[in-house]
Design a protein around this ligand. Structure first.
Ligand code: BGC
Length: 928
């Protein structure tokens, strides 16, 4: 080699070495890796076509992502150099959320290890992230060798409330031997009913009421547990407690649906990999034995549990237990008509403990305890008893004026637990196969010589296992109480499915309630997977109807073939909102056909009037001051035809938009044209030229729907807005809206620039308003604006839940506008920071864990200064509107605006400035 070429060679080696290693050195690895709808290292995962998401590190050197690389391998050791399952290669793309896996087909049980790196805005590569993994569950019915097993409990013919068949809870077990040391073990398990499983005397998990509630005639979800640490060489035993739950128990008013009168059963398959390389599988089959002579005598979702400690069976979950007196189980083969699929969202778990009970009263050996918060779950009791006595445990959400229990609103739900003591002394009891909605607990039957102690009762709060996703707080204690009531309303009603209420003889997946609360729930909790899982159930129930009907409730245990506008539209509105808040397109893909079918349902209901479907409707449910009294007034005064046509038009438009996003241009046009046609008929039928409601009563909601859904001509819309303001004025700035109008009200007034009016309505103290219930002592959202008042007591209707999330839908506006943080484009790729301060408040702030990381907006007013603190996560941009600001009177991080380099652009009008900002932390100060 000549000297010159040697120099060139060395230089190029040096340059390429430097460009590789220098680029690698200063960019931190991405973190918070998740698969599909936010799962972190799941096992028993449901999704064989997963997507990947990650967050860029928050550091000076990272503003955005210019490219990424994802690698997947079948073994940890193969990463990063030998990704045998998939290598995305370097992709020039800013996408860091929901990137679809495109490797080899994934199979049941398969474990995938994955890693990601990204290139920042300067093309510098980051370090590789930590290795994450996901492991698939049993994806197909054919993966199961096990059989359904259980005892025939139907034959006992025990009848409960309304003569419903009740099943004695079962205790099922099997002993088995493993021939070698254990390398790994997976327990795949589910039930027709609800179960709790033990291995060698250990509780395998703290899951509650598994496997949860799906339309069991279509699909039963299965769970996977890592059982490695629970099993061993030699003798082992598996033991399962089994009760009716939703499958075989009393739910709603249903009669014989599915095989709900059949006895509960379990299905379980323990797959063990042994040190000698062999695999041993233990399945539920005819070798199992069972008894119903255990301590849980009865258990019902609505009615409570009966526990007799005299019937406890010591050591039944352990080896060496003699089960010769137990009876062999009956078996049933799995069928193909019901699919067994890994659970696609988290189970219910104990999430919190309320420990600060207060004794309200003790009279005639009846003690009442107050947990100071309306909650959902079970009590944890430590109570002194005498052998043979029965402790009766009652619940209520609030008290009557004489200090006794208000339980009329439980309707037929007995919601009472019993514990029969087997010894003198302190007993410990937590019911297992029921749950209650309550704040007060009443005990009777305890040791009457004992001094009542507040420590006897604690409250275990249970809900689907997700974490907080956002916070909201302000300078106003009632607004903060409202936020607290909203979040308690959410916790209380996310019990595997979104329920309307958690306490009475309903607890059902009402579609209308669900659709109004989705945005607020996604701000407050990580509920992405929770909703997409329930949407699968919704589609399954919809598939039972040729005409596209979406039932009132999902799972549809009512089976009465009825749908309502604003309820069935859940199939359109929920995916649409989830997409906008998370940016996950798959929710649109999954639900697009179902959404189209729902529009088809509207079409099928058109009779004599063009584009005006004729169908049942709940109206603007529970509007205050309805013309009719009693039950008849529940659906409010807004014309039902108007509501139906408005939702028909709106959902058609959203379906058109979905089609546009998914690239279905023919549908996009077809549904847009349909929307236009319906809108035309809507405005001619229900509004006159002056924008006033015709052919129906003028109500806040009729105007709100027409304006928010944009169904009027622009000039009529302006007139309709005036009529709306008149309606609000007539109500002296009170709400006149029910379930459908309420979530829309703030959006419409906001769009109209009527922020002050919206604040007046929100801060109203008298009925009907949000603060009214707070003034009456509410710690959760109530079903009615007037569920209770100190002056008049409880609403006379028994349909009067004190834990109903629908009116909590105002939470979205609190985040988006009071604190000022919202997605401007789907999934927060662009963030809008635009608080609307008001004199009533001196500060408000919210933070949200966006798909790109934490974003926050926090403002305060003091000393003639308005300060806005903003955090914008990497790989996003923000449009920040600063009220009161002019380019001259404003400082950003201490500098005048034009000197501040992170600002991409600036515009101003009379009342505010608008800044387009890069990721970072900003303190924006404006002299008032
Ligand atoms: C439920 C609701 C539901 C309504 C529909 C009630 O019984 O609790 O919240 O949306 O029925 O009419």
């Amino acid at each position: 080699m000549k000297a010159t070429s040697f120099v060139v060679f060395i230089t190029s080696v040096f340059i390429s070495f430097c460009s590789f290693s220098c680029k690698n050195t200063n960019v931190d690895a991405p973190d918070s890796l998740t698969v599909s709808e936010g799962f972190k290292n799941p096992i028993g995962f449901y999704d064989s076509l997963p997507s990947f998401s990650w967050k860029l590190p928050v550091t000076e050197s990272v503003k955005s992502q210019s490219a990424y690389q994802i690698i997947c391998a079948s073994s940890k050791g193969f990463l990063p150099n030998n990704p045998d399952l998939w290598d995305s290669k370097k992709q020039e793309s800013p996408q860091s959320t929901f990137v679809k896996y495109q490797g080899e087909n994934l199979k049941s049980r398969q474990k995938v290890y994955w890693q990601i790196r990204f290139w920042n805005q300067d093309e510098n590569a980051s370090d590789w992230s930590e290795i994450n993994s996901f492991e698939l569950g049993l994806l197909n019915n054919t993966d199961w060798q096990a059989k359904w097993v259980g005892l025939n409990t139907a034959k006992n013919n025990i009848r409960g409330v309304r003569k419903f068949l009740m099943h004695r809870p079962q205790y099922l077990r099997k002993g088995f031997e493993l021939s070698s040391d254990v390398v790994s073990a997976r327990l795949y398990i589910t039930a027709k009913g609800v179960f709790d499983v033990h291995l060698n005397g250990n509780d395998v998990s703290d899951d509650v009421m598994s496997p949860g509630w799906t339309p069991y005639n279509h699909r039963i979800e299965t769970l996977t547990y890592d059982a490695t640490e629970f099993v061993q060489m030699g003798k082992n035993s598996i033991a399962v407690e089994l009760a009716s739950g939703w499958h075989s128990g009393r739910v709603s008013r249903r009669t014989a649906l599915y095989d709900n009168f059949s006895s509960p059963k379990i299905l379980c398959q323990l797959e063990v990999v042994l040190k000698d390389g062999s695999k041993q599988t233990i399945i539920s089959d005819e070798s199992w034995k069972g008894t119903t002579n255990g301590p849980i005598r009865l258990a019902s979702v609505y009615d409570g549990e009966v526990y007799d400690a005299n019937l406890e069976i010591p050591n039944w979950t352990k080896n060496d237990f003699d089960d010769t007196s137990w009876v062999p189980v009956e078996t049933e083969d799995i069928t193909n008509s019901v699919t067994l699929e890994p659970k696609r969202h988290n189970t219910v778990k104990p999430k919190m403990m309320l420990e600060d009970a207060e004794i309200v009263s003790v009279n005639n050996n009846i003690a009442i305890f107050n947990l100071k918060q309306n909650m959902v779950g079970v009590p944890k009791l430590n109570v002194p008893m005498k052998k043979g006595d029965t402790l009766k445990i009652r619940f209520s959400e609030m008290l009557l004026s004489d200090g006794t229990f208000y339980t009329t609103n439980y309707r037929s739900a007995k919601s009472t637990d019993y514990y029969i003591a087997a010894k003198d002394g302190l007993i410990e009891y937590t019911p297992k196969f029921t749950f209650h909605g309550f704040q007060f607990v009443e005990l009777s039957g305890y040791d009457k010589d004992a001094q009542t102690k507040s420590t006897w009762v604690k409250g275990i709060v249970q809900h689907s296992d997700f974490e907080k996703n956002g916070t909201f707080t302000s300078s106003h204690h009632k607004l903060n109480q409202l936020q607290s009531n909203i979040t308690w309303g959410l916790r209380g009603n996310f019990f595997d499915i979104p329920t309307d209420c958690p306490q009475r003889d309903e607890r059902l997946g009402w579609t209308g309630d669900a659709q109004v609360i989705v945005p607020t729930s996604l701000f407050n909790y990580e509920t992405h997977a929770f909703w997409t899982a329930w949407l699968q159930s919704l589609r399954e129930n919809q598939s039972e109807h040729e005409n596209g009907l979406v039932p009132w409730i999902v799972p549809d245990v009512l089976q009465i073939n009825r749908a309502s506008p604003g309820w069935g539209d859940a199939v359109v509105l929920i995916p649409w909102n989830i997409y906008n808040i998370t940016g996950d397109k798959r929710v649109l893909e999954e639900n697009f056909e179902a959404a189209k079918k729902w529009i088809g349902f509207y079409k099928s209901k058109i009779e004599d009037k063009e584009f005006i479907p004729k169908m049942r409707s709940f109206g603007d449910w529970l509007q205050p001051y309805p013309t009719k009294t009693g039950k008849g007034g529940n659906s409010g005064d807004t014309s039902k035809e108007l509501i139906t046509t408005a939702y028909f038009a709106h959902s058609s438009l959203l379906v058109s938009k979905m089609a546009g996003i998914l690239g279905h241009s023919k549908d996009e046009k077809e549904y847009y044209d349909l929307h236009k046609n319906i809108s035309g008929v809507f405005r001619n039928t229900f509004f006159d030229k002056n924008g006033k409601v015709k052919n129906g009563k003028e109500t806040q909601t009729s105007y709100l729907l027409a304006i928010y859904f944009d169904l009027l001509k622009p000039e009529t819309k302006i007139k309709a807005q005036k009529h709306l303001l008149k309606e609000i004025e007539k109500a002296n700035n009170h709400l006149g809206t029910g379930f459908l109008g309420t979530p829309i009200l703030p959006k419409v007034l906001d769009e109209m620039g009527e922020i002050d009016l919206m604040y007046k309505i929100l801060f109203k103290e008298t009925y009907p308003s949000w603060f009214y219930s707070i003034n009456q002592g509410a710690t959760t959202m109530w079903e009615r604006w007037n569920s209770y008042s100190k002056a008049e007591g409880y609403n006379a209707e028994s349909m009067n839940s004190l834990n109903h999330y629908a009116y909590g839908a105002i939470g979205q506006w609190m985040y988006e506008r009071i604190a000022g943080i919202a997605p401007l484009t789907p999934g927060y790729k662009k963030i809008r920071i635009a608080p609307v301060p008001n004199d009533i408040l001196s500060s408000a702030s919210a933070s949200v864990n966006t798909p790109y990381g934490e974003a926050s907006s926090s403002w305060k007013m003091d000393n003639e200064t308005f300060t806005l603190d903003v955090v914008i996560p990497p790989n996003t941009t923000a449009e920040i509107t600063v009220p009161y600001a002019t380019p001259k009177n404003t400082l950003i991080n201490g500098s005048t605006i034009n000197k501040y380099s992170n600002i991409k652009s600036l515009s101003a009008d009379k009342e505010s400035i608008k800044i387009v900002a890069e990721p970072g932390t900003y303190k924006i100060q404006t002299k008032l």
